[in-house]
Design a protein around this ligand. Structure first.
Ligand code: SF4
Length: 214
């Protein structure tokens, strides 16, 4: 492992020993609901509507037997409520009919659920089943480049995923994912990174660029 990766592993292990998703959930089924709702939406907003949703639909069968008209009011305050209402109903029907009301652990099976793409499938599998994975969302994409974990010309999330996966030991992949997300969400913000408060400043490759633009 290169010096930079080793530094981050040491730093984050000491400071955020048990990183977790910030989506609230109580069962694997409810995690899938939260992940589908979180596309193009903040975790905070999703968490504000899920308590009532989870209470009304505790199991896949409850949601599978519901209707668009009944479900829509629960999700109408988040982004893309029409599509997400349809996704949730179809997802619950597939989970009930095809997977015996259990959330599958295989990425290929998770990807058959409406509203669940590769990134979401990786996230669900890593959280529920601890399957090692590195879903590259906007935070991971940005922070990896700024820290110089990948070259700044790396074009796609898939390319970033490959480089990170090749450099981070498998047993730390899931934690590393959460660490990069949390760092991007609270410190290395997209528009105004909090560089003066950042403890990673000594290894960051973005800062000299930012300074030279001043
Ligand atoms: S120093 Fe600034 S740009 Fe670099 S990781 Fe920290 S917050 Fe992000």
């Amino acid at each position: 492992m290169s010096h930079k990766y080793a530094f981050l592993l040491d730093y984050f292990s000491k400071n955020i020993p048990n990183p977790k998703t910030e989506l609230d959930y109580d069962t694997p089924f409810h995690l899938v609901i939260s992940v589908i709702l979180s596309a193009q939406c903040t975790d905070k907003r999703v968490n504000s509507i899920t308590p009532a949703l989870f209470k009304r639909f505790p199991n896949p069968i409850d949601l599978a037997n519901s209707t668009y008209e009944e479900l829509f009011p629960y999700v109408k305050s988040i982004s893309y409520p029409n599509n997400k209402t349809r996704y949730l109903l179809s997802m619950a029907q597939i989970i009930t009919n095809k997977f015996d009301s259990k959330i599958p652990s295989e990425i290929k099976d998770l990807c058959t659920l409406p509203g669940v793409g590769k990134k979401s499938a990786n996230a669900i599998a890593s959280i529920i089943y601890n399957v090692p994975s590195m879903p590259v969302d906007t935070h991971v994409f940005r922070v990896s480049k700024r820290l110089g974990l990948v070259d700044e010309n790396t074009k796609t999330p898939l390319a970033v995923e490959k480089i990170l996966t090749n450099n981070i030991p498998k047993q730390y992949l899931n934690k590393f994912h959460h660490w990069l997300v949390l760092h991007g969400r609270y410190t290395c913000l997209a528009r105004k990174p909090k560089c003066t408060q950042c403890k990673l400043i000594d290894i960051c490759t973005y800062l000299p660029t930012a300074n030279s633009k001043k």
